[in-house]
Design a protein around this ligand. Structure first.
Ligand code: NAP
Length: 309
């Protein structure tokens, strides 16, 4: 029986694993279907992780986290957790291969996935010219023009990153003000090859059997349409939390979640179910920062150690 099952191997899960094992829990397994590191490994530039004064990629930032946690006994199982149930005091973790394991406590640290924007052609051309990862796919558009949709921190940061690889970046946003931090807006505005296409709706991504050939946008002011002839479109319109493992057979969730599906926790990262904790972007009111996810993971682990007793 596991003392603790951690679901997700991003900053929250890895930090919880480090604190839980170093804090004395013996059987702690972190379930992560890919390489540990989490969604941040897809970010091109991190300049706000405290103590990390040099700008680094997400991959570089996370490089040493798994080894540090595993030094104290954290085990990594490369498997997807499909379901968590609870009977009495014991949780049952079901994985993608159909196997089950029992655990005294569970931490959900699954984070989130990129949201689809919902325009015509998005599903058809996803992976064939439409991408949600600039560091993964930016290189395919070296010295070419691309379009990027969104107006938050992710969109503007990745627009700046792509502007260094691509000949031009059309930054397509539905309003004329951005959600991103002022310093990120400043960086974006300083890039001469970023053209802001604001106050528009995305009508359609068009293409042929070779992939994307263009993006059609419509001005909200004049209703005029404009075609941007680009072979690549990047979409950064927010993220949806990954709460699937909590879904029960009858369609309910194992613990309380809000309307967006975010897990409701208290300041100890405790959910409405004793022994079940949530940390990082999957929880309510997450600041969606690596440092906050790591802090959540540490907070959860400290309280789980107390819960296990
Ligand atoms: P976000 O802040 O929610 O921004 C999403 C953007 O996409 C918004 O500008 C939104 O427009 C637009 N949008 C949403 N749905 C759309 C649709 N269907 N069609 C077209 N546009 C759409 O998401 P994010 O940039 O992924 O950031 C998520 C969180 O992570 C935020 O809290 C952010 O601060 C944080 N983050 C921080 C950093 C950092 O600190 N370095 C880096 C990345 C992310 P409206 O503005 O009109 O709503």
């Amino acid at each position: 029986m596991l003392d603790l099952a951690i679901i997700g191997g991003g900053p929250a899960g890895l930090t919880a694993g480090l604190y839980a094992t170093r804090g004395g829990l013996n059987n702690v397994t972190m379930f992560e279907m890919g390489m540990p590191g989490g969604q941040i490994t897809g970010s091109s530039e991190i300049e706000n992780y405290p103590g990390q004064a040099e700008v680094v990629t997400g991959m570089e930032l996370m490089e040493n986290w798994p080894a540090q946690a595993m030094k104290f006994g954290l085990k990594h199982e490369m498997n997807q957790v499909t379901n968590v149930t609870k009977e009495g005091d014991i949780f049952t973790i079901t994985t993608g291969d159909g196997k089950t394991q029992e655990a005294k406590s569970v931490l959900l640290a699954t984070g989130s996935v990129p949201r689809r924007a919902g325009f015509k052609g998005e599903d058809e051309f996803f992976g064939k010219g439409i991408s949600t990862c600039a560091t993964c796919d930016g290189f395919f558009y070296k010295n070419k023009e691309v379009a990027l949709i969104g107006g938050g921190d992710s969109a503007l940061e990745e627009a700046v990153y792509l502007s260094k690889i691509c000949s031009k970046v059309y930054l397509v946003h539905r309003r004329d003000t951005y959600r991103a931090a002022p310093s990120t807006i400043e960086h974006m505005k300083a890039c001469e090859n970023i053209e802001e296409v604001t106050n528009v709706t995305v009508e359609e991504v068009i293409g042929d059997n070779t992939g994307v050939t263009g993006l059609i946008v419509k001005s909200k002011e004049s209703d005029e349409t404009r075609q941007l002839d680009v072979p690549g479109v990047f979409v950064f319109v927010g993220r949806d939390v990954l709460n699937d493992p909590l879904k029960q057979e009858d369609g309910s969730f194992l613990c309380d979640v809000n309307e967006q599906g975010e897990v409701i926790v208290d300041l100890k990262m405790k959910t409405s179910v004793p022994g079940l904790y949530a940390a990082g972007d999957v929880r309510i009111d997450a600041a969606k920062q690596v440092v906050c996810a790591a802090g959540d993971g540490a907070t959860a682990a400290v309280n789980i150690i107390e819960y296990i007793g």
